[in-house]
Design a protein around this ligand. Structure first.
Ligand code: GNR
Ligand code: NI
Length: 175
């Protein structure tokens, strides 16, 4: 296992369109393990392979929501999920607004409007096919991750004014 370096904007690799996975081998499983280790370390709730420089249609997500049984509400439940070659359909008419962040746009946050629900078809690490209706934070997160496969960042959903303000803040934070 290895923690991989996360690519940050304006690295042009974040604009590349990722290629479908065709071979479900040990190398793929190793990459997925490294992606989870990198995501948990960051920490983040999702990661697309292109964020670690691999232009393949692979997403890992773990919303790490608090355990409702834990009296302090501090314990997070780990529920790692793998989505390979995800395809969306039946995006809801209803939208949801969520304050998003991105490990490739560090420490910058903005409200993004997306369909509240989406049906996703995908393959797992063995190539087996799945379909599920996503809602809530999972719907938001998987749409954010899927954007990465198309070279899109959450800041692309903002007005030019808001995007420029956010990128200015990022530049300032880096100095
Ligand atoms: O860790 C992350 N948090 C997050 C919050 C709201 C909407 C999307 C996300 S995904 C992000 C990790 C990341 O950059 N994934 O690509
Ligand atoms: Ni992101």
């Amino acid at each position: 296992m290895a923690i991989l370096p996360i690519i940050e904007t304006p690295d042009p690799r974040l604009r590349v369109i990722s290629e479908p996975v065709e071979t479900f081998d040990d190398e793929l499983k190793q990459l997925i393990a490294d992606m989870f280790e990198t995501m948990y370390d960051a920490p983040g709730i999702g990661l697309a392979a292109i964020q670690v420089g691999v232009a393949k249609r692979i997403l890992v997500i773990d919303l790490q929501e608090p355990d409702p049984e834990d009296p302090d509400g501090k314990k997070l439940i780990r529920e790692p999920r793998i989505f390979i070659n995800p395809v969306f359909s039946e995006e809801s008419e209803d939208d949801s607004i969520y304050q998003e962040g991105c490990l490739s746009v560090p420490e910058q946050y903005a409200d993004v409007i997306r369909p509240a629900e989406v049906t996703v078809d995908w393959q797992d690490e063995n190539g087996d096919k799945h379909r599920e209706r996503m809602t809530g934070l999972m719907a938001t997160c998987i749409q954010h991750e899927h954007d990465h496969l198309e070279g899109i960042l959450f800041i692309d959903h903002l007005s030019k004014l808001k995007r420029d303000m956010l990128l200015k803040k990022l530049a300032k934070a880096r100095r």
